[in-house]
Each structure stands twice: as structure tokens, then as C-alpha cells.
Design a protein around this ligand. Structure first.
Ligand SMILES: [Zn+2]
Ligand SMILES: [Zn+2]
Length: 151
């Protein structure tokens, strides 16, 4: 079993956070926003309860934009080194999208599938569950993550 809380932070270490509950699911997002934000092909995103996440050191900077699905999103990042930490939505859905690569221990992080595959790079190999755009139903992702038995 994976211990809780889990901790993580930005690249320079001035921003630190604590996650005190298990993620609901972990997936890769291939939307064009994630590609630009990371400068990479996709983001490994852990959907976490907003109430179980807190910054323990430093103050995040905030950036806002409209997602490919048309919702009002925000991102917290380190103002010193620029590492993106987590994304949320306004009004809140009670869930944050944590950039899983910012966790100190990523040994338990295994995406169950891939979303926004319509904008994925052609060489990417997808996981078991896929959605061409924003999924209308996340239940298969949640079930597959629970089935990994890590929490
Ligand atoms: Zn930093
Ligand atoms: Zn995305």
C-alpha cells in the first residue's frame, strides 16, 4: 500500500505541498494546452480531492485560461522556477489535477489510460482506457485506478 500523506514540490524547492488522500485516478492528458504548458507530448495527471491538497511551503503563482473543452481553468506554479504543480477549475469541481511528476515518490504513479487522444502525438502508445476528448464519464478510469490496489 502507498503511504499517506504524499509530498512533493517544484524543481527549485521553494514551493512544497502535501497530499493527504489517495488520488481518484491517474491518466495522461494529450490536449494541446498540456502540450504547450509542459513543452512535452502529454501530462501525467493525478485527479486528487481539492480538500486533501495544501501548500506547506511558499506561495504559488496563479495563471488562468480556457480549456479545449471550454471550461475556466487555473494553474498553480512556482514563481521562481516555473514548475507547474496543479490545475483546478472555476467554479470548483472539488478536484484538482496534480502534475504527478512533481511528487517526491513517483514509484506508485501508473496512468490507467489516455484522454484527448485526438491531439496526441502519433508515436504515443495508449493505456487500456482512452477518450478522444474530455471524457463524459470518468468511472472506467476511477475503477481501473482502484483495481491497481495501491491505496
Ligand atoms: Zn520552484
Ligand atoms: Zn490536458
Amino acid at each position: 500500500m502507498t503511504a499517506l500523506p504524499q509530498e512533493g514540490g517544484c524543481h527549485c524547492g521553494r514551493l512544497r505541498y502535501r497530499l493527504s488522500a489517495a488520488p481518484l485516478m491517474i491518466y495522461n492528458c494529450h490536449c494541446t494546452n498540456c502540450q504547450k504548458i509542459t513543452g512535452s507530448a502529454f501530462v501525467v495527471s493525478a485527479a486528487i480531492p481539492e480538500s486533501a491538497f495544501e501548500f506547506t511551503k511558499g506561495e504559488p503563482k496563479k495563471v488562468e485560461w480556457t480549456s479545449d473543452a471550454g471550461s475556466h481553468r487555473f494553474g498553480w506554479f512556482c514563481g521562481d522556477c516555473g514548475s507547474r504543480i496543479a490545475h483546478g477549475q472555476t467554479p470548483s469541481l472539488g478536484v484538482l489535477s496534480l502534475r504527478a511528476g512533481t511528487l517526491d515518490d513517483t514509484s506508485w504513479v501508473e496512468p490507467v489510460g489516455d484522454i484527448w487522444t485526438k491531439s496526441a502525438q502519433p508515436w504515443v502508445k495508449f493505456g487500456a482506457i482512452t477518450a478522444e476528448r474530455q471524457p463524459t464519464d470518468y468511472a472506467p478510469f476511477v475503477e481501473a485506478f482502484r483495481a491497481q490496489g495501491r491505496f
